[in-house]
Write a protein that binds this ligand. Structure first.
Ligand SMILES: NC(=O)c1ccc[n+]([C@@H]2O[C@H](COP(=O)([O-])OP(=O)(O)OC[C@H]3O[C@@H](n4cnc5c(N)ncnc54)[C@H](O)[C@@H]3O)[C@@H](O)[C@H]2O)c1
Length: 433
């Protein structure tokens, strides 16, 4: 083991914790992963990966000898020089981030004699680091360092995002702790942004808010395109070439979901409100997104009339492709609205399950989902949908209506396949204005 190899304890074996652990092991560190979920740890010990994240299973397998999994805090902390906190921070009823899992980790940290640096990967409100510092000090753990090292990986591409990031952000109270956390990333070629702890925390929240703003912006442009006869796909292409604007996150659709954007936007909105500031742009971004998820219902009513007793196929359940994560997925909102309208809902997804979606039938193929349906809605742009024989799908439907909620398919090809095809903001391409 080289002397740059460190011992790291990662708390939380979820999407972020497992990717962090596997990638640090890949960089040569020894990593102990601790979770409270007994079954999850048992599965990991057997070599099973409890989440779907491309490339993660290979990485865990390749670095098996440097990784261990446990439910015991003491075992994880044995010899640890760094503690990565990667537990969930879901919203509370008030919209604030629920930090109870974070506090449990901090309060359970055993007394250590040597210097250990706690690094926060969980997304937390600005000011959390300051509070953790006070809590550690109150326990006589002044010699335990603290750094904010927020995570910017996206599910579906998390392994590559971690190992080839746009930047690494590290905020610390103590210069040497920040340097130590930076050194853990040796081998990764990326700019390192060193900051104070509060700014590092805000960088994460602001980055997410900026991305969400672009999504709601292009969705509003799409809605105006629909009203005026333009095509948002062309518009996005045209503005994306502008270097001041850029191409990314300009894809109109049925709105954003996932485990991060919705909760982080609420948390930032609430953080601002708690500080006496009304964050107007963010409020609009959230509202636009909520309305966007429901717009498809209006389209279906326009195309089919009353939805009572209609059979609607949802193509895709995951909040985006290449993940099994359905947290805050637009498909779930759509399903809920459709069921409330009295429709029968059948769903297909190659990876994600319909757990928690009561009354929704899940089937194994797109053809099966569409069979006998009055309309199909493409909700998640799974690459598998490129290989579907859409003419066969159209033939199997009661009425061949397809609403492409991600503007994934070619309008002309879909019409040629026999569909009445509608999309998001594509009036010029679909003739739907
Ligand atoms: N999912 C993402 O792509 C992503 C990206 C960037 C940031 N984040 C942030 O990272 C954090 C983790 O997100 P996630 O998606 O990995 O969550 P997750 O729900 O997938 O995983 C969290 C894990 O923490 C475990 N846990 C809870 N209490 C624990 C404790 N006391 N000790 C050890 N483990 C404990 C849970 O059992 C769970 O397995 C969140 O704050 C999230 O906002 C997530």
């Amino acid at each position: 083991m080289s002397d740059t190899s460190k011992r790291i304890a990662v708390f939380g074996a979820g999407y972020v914790g497992l990717v962090t652990a596997a990638c640090f092991a890949e960089l040569g560190h020894r990593v102990a992963v601790r979770d409270v979920l007994v079954d999850r740890i048992a599965a990991l010990r057997r070599g099973e990966v409890p989440i779907y994240e491309p490339g993660l299973d290979d990485l865990l397998e390749r670095n098996r000898e440097r990784l261990s999994f446990t439910t015991e805090v003491g075992e994880a902390m044995d010899g640890a020089e760094f503690v990565y906190v990667a537990v969930g921070t879901p919203p509370t009823y008030s919209g604030d981030a629920d930090l109870s899992a974070v506090w449990t980790v901090i309060d359970e940290l055993p007394r250590v004699d040597h210097r250990v640096v706690v690094a926060m990967k969980s997304t937390v409100p600005v000011g959390t680091g300051e509070k953790v510092r006070l809590r550690l000090d109150a326990r006589g753990l002044e010699h335990v360092g603290y750094a904010s090292n927020p995570e910017f990986t996206a599910e579906g591409t998390a392994v590559a995002d971690f190992l080839e990031p746009d930047r690494i952000v590290i905020g610390s109270f103590d210069e040497t702790d920040g340097e130590a956390v930076a050194a853990l990333h040796d081998g990764i070629d990326a700019p390192i942004v060193r900051a104070d702890v509060a700014s590092a925390e805000m960088i994460k929240l602001a980055a997410n808010a900026a991305l969400m703003t672009r999504i709601s912006f292009i969705n509003e442009i799409a809605n105006v395109c629909e009203a005026t006869g333009a095509d948002v796909v062309k518009v996005a292409e045209g503005i994306g070439h502008d270097r001041r604007i850029g191409k990314s996150f300009l894809r109109a659709g049925v709105g954003f979901g996932g485990s991060c954007f919705p909760k982080d936007s609420l948390a930032l909105k609430q953080l601002a409100a708690n500080s006496g500031y009304h964050f107007q742009v963010l409020n609009a971004v959230i509202e636009v997104n909520e309305l966007q998820k429901r717009r498809v219902i209006g389209k279906l009513v326009e195309l089919l009339g009353s939805l009572r007793g209609k059979r609607i196929a949802l193509l895709g359940l995951a909040f985006k492709p290449n993940t099994d994560d359905t947290r805050e997925a637009p498909a779930f909102v759509l399903a809920g609205r459709l069921l409330a309208e009295g429709a029968d809902v059948v769903a297909w997804d190659p990876v994600a399950g319909a757990d928690g979606l009561y009354g929704v039938e899940q089937v194994a193929t797109v053809e099966e989902a569409a069979r006998g349906a009055d309309a199909a809605v493409l909700v998640t742009e799974w690459p598998q949908l490129n290989d579907v024989d859409w003419a066969v799908v159209a033939q199997g439907m009661r009425t061949p209506v397809l609403v492409d909620g991600r503007n994934m398919l070619d309008p002309q090809a879909m019409r040629a396949a026999g569909f009445t095809y509608d999309a998001i903001g594509r009036a010029a391409a679909t003739g739907s204005a």
